[in-house]
Design a protein around this ligand. Structure first.
Ligand SMILES: [Zn+2]
Length: 253
C-alpha cells in the first residue's frame, strides 16, 4: 500500500474525500462541480486513516480526522463555532453537547476497541468542558511545541486527571479512564494526548493560524510545517490581507 493523501480543491464532503480509492494525481468527480485532487503528502499509510469513522465536530469543517483516538481531542477542539456560514458551538447548550458526546464516545470506543463509555453531563460539566477546550486551544497555539526548554511557569499543571493502569491476561497494559462527567472526558483527552506524544504525532495537531477560523487540524505535511487548516481557504485570505496592508503602506508613503 502506497502513501497517499489528498487536498481539497473545491467543496468536497469529508465522507467522500476520505474514500481510499482516491489515488495520487487523480481528479475524482464527486457530484455537481465537486472534485478532489489527490496529492502525495505521506507519511500515513491509508489503512491507518480514520475512514468511515464519525467525528461530527470536525466533519462540519471538512477536516480529515487525526489518527486513532487523537481524533477525539481534535473533535473536542472543533466543537467551537467557526466556518462560513458560522456553524454553531456544539458546547453551546446541554442537548447539543449531549448528542455530540454520545456520538464521539461511540466513535472513540470503536476506534479503540473498547466498551462504549456512558457519560452523563450537566450544566456545570458543560462549563468545565468549554474551559477545557479553551485551555487546550491556547496550549496548542504555543509557537513551537517541539522547541526550546519550557519556561518555569509552563511546567505547572494545566490539567490533571486520575486514571487506572490495567494489565490484561495477554500482558498488555492499558490506561483506564476514571471519573464522571467532564472529568471523564478530560481524562480521555489526556490519555489520547499522552499516547500521541509517545508516538510522536502530538505536535501535528494544530490550531489554524487564521484567528477567525481557529479549527483544529492534523498536519500531514512532510516537514510538519502547516499553519492553516487549508492553504486555499485560510492561507489565501491571510496572504491577501498582508498584500493589501503592504499596498496601503506603500500608498501612504
Ligand atoms: Zn482555517
Amino acid at each position: 500500500m502506497g502513501y497517499v493523501g489528498y487536498e481539497h480543491r473545491t467543496s468536497v464532503p469529508a465522507c467522500d474525500a476520505q474514500r481510499p480509492h482516491l489515488l495520487k494525481g487523480r481528479c475524482v468527480a464527486l457530484g455537481s462541480a465537486e472534485r478532489a485532487v489527490v496529492v502525495d503528502v505521506g507519511p500515513w499509510p491509508l489503512e491507518e486513516r480514520n475512514y468511515g469513522m464519525t467525528w461530527p465536530a470536525s466533519e462540519r469543517y471538512r477536516l480529515e480526522a487525526a489518527p486513532a483516538g487523537l481524533a477525539l481531542v481534535q473533535d473536542l477542539l472543533n466543537t467551537l463555532a467557526a466556518g462560513k456560514p458560522r456553524e454553531p458551538d456544539l458546547l453551546g447548550d446541554l442537548t447539543t453537547a449531549k448528542n455530540w458526546i454520545g456520538e464521539d464516545l461511540s466513535t472513540w470506543a470503536r476506534e479503540r476497541d473498547r466498551p462504549e463509555p456512558q457519560v452523563e453531563i450537566n450544566e456545570h460539566d458543560l462549563d468545565e468542558l468549554r474551559v477545557l477546550r479553551g485551555e487546550l486551544q491556547d496550549a496548542l497555539r504555543t509557537p513551537d511545541r517541539r522547541g526550546a526548554e519550557p519556561a518555569l511557569a509552563d511546567l505547572s499543571a494545566l490539567y490533571s486527571a486520575s486514571a487506572g493502569l490495567r494489565m490484561n491476561r495477554d500482558s498488555r497494559v492499558s490506561i483506564e479512564p476514571r471519573g464522571t462527567g467532564w472529568r471523564y472526558i478530560a481524562c480521555l483527552v489526556l490519555m489520547e494526548a499522552l499516547e500521541a506524544q509517545q508516538t510522536n504525532v502530538w505536535n501535528r495537531l494544530k490550531i489554524c493560524r487564521n484567528p477567525r477560523c481557529s479549527v483544529a487540524f492534523f498536519d500531514r505535511s512532510r516537514n510538519n510545517s502547516g499553519v492553516w487548516h487549508s492553504t486555499r481557504v485560510c492561507g489565501n485570505i491571510e496572504n491577501l490581507r498582508a498584500h493589501r496592508a503592504r499596498a496601503r503602506a506603500r500608498a501612504s508613503d
